[in-house]
Structure formats: C-alpha cells, structure tokens
Write a protein that binds this ligand. Sequence first.
Ligand code: GLN
Length: 483
Amino acid sequence: MSPYEHGEVFVTDDGAETDLDLGHYERFTDESLTKNSSVTSGKIYQSVIEKERRGDYLGKTVQVIPHITNEIKEKIYSFENTDVDIVITELGGTVGDMEGLAFIEAIRQIGLEIPKEDVIYIHVTLLPYIYGSNELKSKPTQHSVKELQSFGIKPDILVCRSELEMTDDMKAKIALFCNVRKECVIQNLTADNLYAVPLMLEEEGLAKAVCEHLHLEKKTPNNKEWEKMIENIRNIGNETVKIAIVGKYVRLEDSYLSVAESLRHGGYANNVNVDIKYIDSETITEENVDEILKDVQGIVVPGGFGNRGIQGKINAIKYVRENNIPFLGICLGMQMAVVEFIRNVCGLEDVDSEEFSPNCKNPVIHIMDTQKNIENKGGTMRLGAYPCILKEGSLAKKLYKKDEISERHRHRYEFNNDYREIVEKNGLKISGTSPDGLLVEMVEYEKHPYFIAGQFHPEFKSRPDRPQPLFVGLVEAAKKCKR
Ligand code: GLN
C-alpha cells in the first residue's frame, strides 16, 4: 500500500500490516485487533493457491466460485466457537467494483447458510449534496441499492452519508424506492468531531434497528463515558497549539492518520486544540528551517522509508534540539535524531543510517541482525508489539508511569550498539531497551524540555479516551512553548 495512494499502513499487535480503517476500529471499539481482522484478495488467493499446490483439492477444478468464495467465508466463520458474539464484516470499496465481487458473493451465500435472524446487511451509501441548489440527491443511493440487489443481496438497513440533515420525506422516499423500512434509513451526517459519530448513530436508531433485526434484546446503552468525552472535547475553547508533522508523504494527510489522531488525543488530554501543520521534509534546508518552523510549538518526525527528504528531517531535528522546541521522533524519526545528534553534538564524521549510506564510516543506525539474511521485502520487517523496559528516572518512565511498556514496530534498521557510550556521554540518554537490553528502543535528550523518540510507532495504540503518553507529553510541552 503506497502511503501516497492508500494512506498509512496500520500495524496490529500481532504484526499484521493493514489498511488504515483498522486503526479507526481500534480507536472506536478500544479493542486490539489481529491478523484475522484484515482480509485482502491477495491473502485469499495466496491461501487458495497454497492449498492447491499442497493437493487439498485433488481431483477438483479450482475456481473463483466456490474456492475463492469459500476461502472468504472461512475467514468470516473463523470466529465461530470463540468468545465472539457478533462478527462485523466490512467490505471496502463500492458495490460493483471488480475487486469486490467475490466478497459480495461470499456474504450473499452466508445469508443463506445461517439462520435468517442471525445475519443483517447494512449498506452505506452517499447522498451527494448539490451546493448550487442546496439539496441532497437520492439517485446514487437508489442505484447502488439496485446494483447490490442484482448480486442477490437485499440491504436491511441503509446508512446514508450526508452533509445535510435528511428530511422525513426524503427518508420515506428512499425507503420506498430502495425497499427498506423507513426506520431503517439511518442518516449519517458529517460530525463536528469524528468521535461524535457513534452517538449520532445511536440517536438515529441504528442500534435499535440492528437489535430488532437480529432478535437481540435491546438494552439501554451506556454511553456515559463517551458522551462525557465528547462534551469535554466540545468545551475545549480557543486555546490552540500548533504542531508540525515533518515527513515526506504529506501530499496525502491520510499517510499520517494515526499520528494526527494521536496528536488530537493528546490535545483532548491537555484541554487544547491541536493545529497540525504538515510540512514536506524535502523543502526544509538549513537556511529556511527557521522560517518554516518559526510558528510551531512542537514537531513530530514520523516513520518513513527511503532517502528522499532525509536531510530536511535532520535539519528540522537540529533546529528544535537547539531551540528547545518539543520533539517526538517515531521510528525513522528516532533514527534521524540519533544521526543528527552524533553528527552535530558528538562531532563524528561520515555518520548515517545504513539504509541511506551502506558504506559510511559511522553507520550509527544499522540493519538488524534478524533482518540480515532476509531476501523477501514484503511482510518481513520487525513487525508488531514488543516489550520495552524503561530506565529509572527517565522522562519516558515519568510519562508512561510504568517500568515495562509494549509498543508496535515496523522497521528493518536499529540503533548500532557501538555508539551507546558516545551518545550517553554527550547527554542523549538511552531510556528504553528490549528486556534483554540488546535493542535500543527509546532515546531522550536530557538538556531539553521535551526531546524524546522511540524505535516503535506509539500512534497505533492511542485512543481518544486513553491517549498515548508520548503524545500527551508532547502537547503538554508544546503548550508551554511560547513562540
Ligand atoms: N526505514 C526505517 C527502517 O526500516 C524506519 C522505518 C519506519 O519508520 N517505520 O528501519
């Protein structure tokens, strides 16, 4: 998935590299998802081809139907006999997309295989808003329902994405034309805050319609805490801190979606709005860095791959280090903080990461031992959650309030232990390591109000009501940083 086209790659605890939607699911449900929660056509085909090569289908012709569709169904049914009560299966894309056809056929079959009251089809549609005439159009919804019905699926509920309140008449019209009950036409308005959406849907009666259809007892939901959170967010007022994300994929903001969400969560915890300034690291030179960063009260240098824009990140890190501006480095951001520090504070020459200069004299970031003999690039990085032990008296420990943490990784390179002594002697403290002490997982600069970085991606575990400590700390420090 190219960050430019598809947005960020979200990583689960068990090391699956997934679509960014999984991040939303985690943030909304506060559940850590797994590999089983992410299915792609590639995974389905790979598994069918492996089974065929192994001889599982001996004597049979292997086809999209039933082999591919069965494989998809198996994924959905795989939660049977677990503690899962309800499987929510989201099909991405638009009805009629070539990529989605086998998936649609699979869920159609499921509707016939299990008891009728155990399955419900919810169709999310768009009601385009025509600005000139100030109206919503229902035609595209009618057409996509028609398309869905041509595949043999009759939606039970329509969730209508809309920029404008739907009138009662419009709901009635859609119900009539799309063959659903009126109380099953659910409006899904653009919210003032993303996290208010579940409350809006509750008000619209989505849960009621679902429970009725599934013959579940409708209990009064307890959304108290979530409501309180939304109220607090709405009461934040005008105070705003400006924090920059300095990366090379800024052309598409979705590339840093979880980082941006985590910054907002950090804002909620500190009762301030966070204004995110996306800066293309390729544009930052030593000469213009002051001009570009003069109005920000903190920066994040997020993860990334490849050489482009690297020097700009280093220029930005040097600037914030020297000017006491709060800094959070994530994965590549930590690696670049180490390179910058060893070049400019420790004074060594020809310092780099092996990823960018394989033959430099001081490869302060080098390929991990576990990565040395790996040939395939796909899915072979150090992936998923790993424990990290925090050092007594460190800023990291103060923020996390714990001795041991668990954060998610996605990288091939790491801090080269030959340089531990020189960085620590110069004030860059190694504040987190793997439990065996061999891998450097966190660094922090002591002579600075907030300069901290991790080899992991803290943004994947932040939740609106349980903000990630490194982001809370960054926003708190940014609040104090007067520019
Ligand atoms: N490119 C670096 C590595 O592979 C950093 C990866 C990242 O930032 N996720 O180690």
